[in-house]
Design a protein around this ligand. Structure first.
Ligand code: B12
Length: 324
C-alpha cells in the first residue's frame, strides 16, 4: 500500500474566513509570518487553544480545514488530538483548568474526530470487519475512538463500542459480526486485570479474531497474550494494514483452490462419462497422465491452452470445464 498516506503532517492552507463570521473563527487566521509559513503547526496550536476555550465549532472547523487540505487522519490524530489532550491534562494538574473544562475538552475531541472524514485519504472498504472497545473499567475512550476512525480511513468496516465494555459483550458482538480484528484499549492501570479474560474469551470463539491491544495497555505485562500490541496509532495502523494484506492473500488462495477443485471435478466427471481412463484422456490431449491426474485433483493450475486441449479431446467447449 502507498506509504505517502502516512507522511508528515501536510501543510494545510488556511481556510477562508468571511469578515462577518463570529469572532471565534479568528482562530483560523494566521497571526504571524511564522505561523503563516507553518500552517500545520499553527493549526495544531489553535486546535489545542480551541479545546481549552471549550470552542467546539472552532475545534471542528480547524480539523476539517486541515483534513480537507491534505493532512492525513493519522497525522491529525498524532499531531492535533493527542498533544492537545496532553496539554489539557497538564493544565488540569496545574489547577489552571477544572474537571468540567477537561470533560468538555474530551467531548469536543470526540465530536471533532468525525471531521477526520473530510480527509481525502479515506480508502474504500476492504471488506473486513473490525471492532474497537475499551476494556472493562476503562473510561479513557478518546484513543479508541480515534483509532476506530483511523481503521475506517484504511477501509476497515469498524464498529466502535466505546468506554468500559464488558468482556462477554465484546466476544458476543465479535462472533455475531464475524469480526476479523478486535482492538482492546486501556490507559487506567486497574483495567489490566481484564486483558487476559478478554483475550481468552475471544480465543474461545469458533472463528477467533486477531486481538490487538492498543494504547498504554500495550506495555502492560498482562497484554503479552494478545496477538498484536501497539503503543502508538502509527504502529497500530501498520499492524492492521499487514493483517488486512494477509487476510486478503489467504482468501485469494482459498478462492483459487476452490476453483481449481471444481474444474478438476468437472474434468473427471466428463472423462468418466466417456468411459476413459486418465491415460486415454492424457493421450488424446497430448498431456502427461500424472499432470491430468493433478488437474482432476485440483492440484494443478492449468493454463487456458491446457484447458483448451482437454476440452477439445473431450469434445466440449472450454466453458464446460470452467463453469460447468
Ligand atoms: C481526558 C482524561 C480523562 C477523561 C477521559 C475522557 C474520555 N472520553 O476519554 C476522564 C475524565 C474520563 C478521565 C478519568 C480518569 N483519569 Co484521566 N486523563 C485524561 C487525560 C487528561 C487525557 C487522556 C487522553 O484522552 N489523551 C488523548 C489520547 C489520544 O492520547 P494518549 O492517551 O496519550 O494515547 C497515546 C498512545 O497511548 C496511543 N493510543 C491511545 N489509545 C490508543 C489505542 C490504540 C488501539 C492504539 C494503537 C494506540 C493508542 O496513541 C496516543 C498518541 O500517541 C490524561 C492526561 C495524560 N497525560 O494522558 C489523564 C490520565 C490518563 N488520567 C488518569 C487518571 C488517574 C484518571 C482517573 C483515575 C481520575 C480520577 N481520579 O477519577 C479517572 C479514571 C477513569 C477510568 N476508570 O478510566 C491518569 C492515568 C494514570 C494511569 N496510568 O493509571 C492520567 C495520565 C492523568 C495523570 N497524569 O495522572 N481522564
Amino acid at each position: 500500500m502507498a506509504s505517502s498516506r502516512d507522511g508528515p503532517l501536510a501543510r494545510p492552507t488556511e481556510p477562508t474566513v468571511k469578515a462577518n463570521e463570529p469572532k471565534r473563527l479568528s482562530l483560523l487566521r494566521p497571526t504571524s509570518p511564522s505561523e503563516a509559513g507553518l500552517p500545520g503547526e499553527a493549526l495544531s496550536e489553535r486546535f489545542a487553544l480551541a479545546l481549552e476555550r471549550g470552542d467546539e465549532a472552532g475545534a471542528r472547523q480547524i480539523v476539517r480545514a486541515a483534513a480537507s487540505n491534505g493532512a492525513s487522519p493519522l497525522a491529525l490524530a498524532e499531531h492535533f488530538f493527542a498533544p492537545a489532550m496532553m496539554r489539557i491534562g497538564e493544565a488540569w494538574e496545574l489547577g489552571r483548568l477544572g474537571i468540567a473544562e477537561e470533560h468538555l475538552a474530551s467531548r469536543i475531541c470526540e465530536a471533532a474526530a468525525h471531521e477526520l472524514r473530510a480527509s481525502a485519504a479515506y480508502e474504500p472498504s476492504n471488506g473486513l470487519q473490525a471492532l474497537v472497545a475499551c476494556l472493562p473499567g476503562e473510561w479513557h475512550a478518546l484513543g479508541a475512538l480515534l483509532f476506530a476512525e483511523l481503521l475506517r480511513s484504511r477501509g476497515w468496516e469498524t464498529s466502535y463500542l466505546g468506554a468500559d465494555t464488558p468482556v462477554s459483550a465484546v466476544a458476543d458482538f465479535a462472533a455475531r459480526r464475524q469480526t476479523q480484528l478486535v482492538v482492546l484499549t486501556g490507559t487506567y492501570a486497574p483495567a489490566r486485570e481484564s486483558v487476559a479474560p478478554a483475550v481468552a474469551a475471544l480465543r474461545a470463539l469458533v472463528e477467533p479474531p486477531t486481538v490487538l491491544v492498543g494504547g498504554r495497555a500495550a506495555s502492560w505485562p498482562e497484554s503479552a497474550g494478545a496477538d498484536l500490541r501497539a503503543g502508538s496509532f502509527a504502529e497500530g495502523l501498520r499492524l492492521a494494514d499487514s493483517l488486512a494484506e494477509r487476510l486478503h492473500e489467504r482468501s485469494e488462495a482459498q478462492s483459487l483452490a476452490s476453483h481449481l477443485g471444481a474444474i478438476g471435478e468437472r474434468l473427471s466427471a466428463l472423462r468418466r462419462e466417456r468411459g476413459w481412463s486418465q491415460s486415454e484422456l492424457a493421450d488424446a490431449a497430448k498431456l502427461d497422465r500424472t499432470y491430468v491426474s493433478g488437474v482432476e485433483r485440483g492440484k494443478q493450475n492449468p493454463t487456458i491452452g491446457v484447458l483448451l486441449r482437454l476440452a477439445t479431446a473431450l469434445g466440449v467447449r472450454i466453458d464446460k470445464l470452467l463453469l460447468g
